[in-house]
Design a protein around this ligand. Sequence first.
Ligand code: RBF
Ligand code: MG
Length: 153
Amino acid sequence: MQPVYLNGTVIHGYGRGSRDLGCPTANIDNQSVEQQLPKNFRFGIYYGWAKLVGVSPSVADEGQLYKMVASVGVCPFFGNQTLSVEVHLIHEFPENFYGATLKVKFVGYLRGEKNFCSMDDLILAIRKDITDASQALDSVEGQKVKNDPFFLK
Ligand code: RBF
Ligand code: MG
């Protein structure tokens, strides 16, 4: 896929990410999503690179590019009414970072959003997504698309 870029603010999501699924997600503010996401962007699970700006050095390193996996859509399992972009950074952070700027580069598509019979099935699918994303980003191809002037602006 052609890379897609998003530059937004981390907002409070549905509060389900870490509590119920063991997978914290940084939700990107709706205005940035509306303005920057291509109109024909396909819902689904993507992977790519991300950077945090405006976060305390005790929480994250501003120079760092993090591997990420993201869900773009309406979460059929929960039946959300509105489009959301939720980014899981593949890293353990000591604290939340609501209000920080999150810059995301989508580089690959993993699968469509699915409904599941149980929460456990959703959790298993998310775990596999994290592994698949991590492997794709560690590969030679994944490393090639890591450095991007977008992250320096
Ligand atoms: N929600 C769904 O309803 N179906 C999915 O297939 C799905 N896949 C996801 C994959 C990843 C990697 C992540 C981070 C989230 C996914 N979600 C999916 C969204 C999940 O339901 C959401 O993050 C939580 O409900 C918190 O809002
Ligand atoms: Mg979230």
